[in-house]
Ligand binder design. Sequence first.
Ligand SMILES: NC(=O)C1=CN([C@@H]2O[C@H](COP(=O)(O)OP(=O)(O)OC[C@H]3O[C@@H](n4cnc5c(N)ncnc54)[C@H](O)[C@@H]3O)[C@@H](O)[C@H]2O)C=CC1
Ligand SMILES: O=C(CO)COP(=O)(O)O
Length: 332
Amino acid sequence: MHITVIGAGAWGTAMAMAACRHPGQHVVRLHARDASQAAAMQAQRQNLRYLPGVELPENLSVLTGPVEALLSGQPQELWVLATPMSGLRSNLQRLQQVQAPLAWLCKGFEAGTGLMPHEVQAQTAPGLQAGALSGPSFALEVARQQPTALVAASAHAAVRNAMVQAFHGPALRVYANEDIVGVEVGGAVKNVLAIATGLCDGLNLGLNARAALITRGLTEMTRLGLALGAKAETFMGLSGLGDLVLTATGDLSRNRKVGLLLAQGLSLAQAVDSLGHVAEGVYSARTVWQRAQSLGVDMPITEAVVALLDGRLQAREAVQVLMGRGPRGESV
Ligand SMILES: NC(=O)C1=CN([C@@H]2O[C@H](COP(=O)(O)OP(=O)(O)OC[C@H]3O[C@@H](n4cnc5c(N)ncnc54)[C@H](O)[C@@H]3O)[C@@H](O)[C@H]2O)C=CC1
Ligand SMILES: O=C(CO)COP(=O)(O)O
């Protein structure tokens, strides 16, 4: 296959590397917005800024320049958008004429509009056949070819198949799922819950508290998903429970790190600056909560994270608020 990956951060680079190493002998291009970064990657055969210490495969070409220029030349069989949520809309606009399937890798709800990625696509590039590639996957582990499982979600079978064909291989299993709403809700909400769990661990609230937070977090994620039309079973899968467990407990997570740093007393700005990478939960928390509110869905953990990020609550006060809620039944 001919595959173009747009966005040369940690995740775009790792997935471009995975495609290069695939036994299908794909021809892979990785597009970096920043010309100096593209030149450095070509010269050093590493992505020193976002994925230091991992050698790029010889057959990976790194390009830069206007995204529109990628549209001429050899037709592509899969386009992969690997920017953060904030870059999704503008890049979909640039790519709205492509004929081949397109997959985005970002996890979140769009700031400002509160839209899920597939809703942004329906607005900006409705003619595209597209979907989301999600699931529990730290970029560094994929770049190192450590075993990983992903979900290829789309309403279109051709898009699901293209993602599977591009990436399913000896180190990466790719499962297909038609429930794009469920997969995208899981990807967005788990980032918010990972901030909460980082805080919980940073405050040494204990293992009981962490298990409770993850489990009740899964419940509120499911509640929102069902209100948006997702299938309940998706939340028990890789993009729901799987990614929630990984991000909430894995120290490679940037969102978890934000929570840990806030617990140490850093301001949000200091915590975000120290990461050097995007932590989508910081930008999605408010939009997720607003969308939940508009649907009448109760999301107390997300609400507490929003209040914390806004500076309306201190971490210990947020714990009191969550623990002080009245009794209720356990079901969704
Ligand atoms: N790093 C990871 O382990 C994983 C990340 N993701 C998701 O993938 C998305 C990207 O994450 P990372 O690569 O880790 O972020 P990162 O912070 O490592 O890199 C972001 C990259 O996107 C580029 N970028 C930003 N805005 C852009 C735009 N408008 N057009 C083109 N490029 C743009 C930046 O220059 C940078 O190269 C996020 O939504 C994240 O939640 C999903 C799974 C795993
Ligand atoms: O989405 C991820 C793992 O699946 C990466 O999580 P972080 O953005 O918190 O590092």
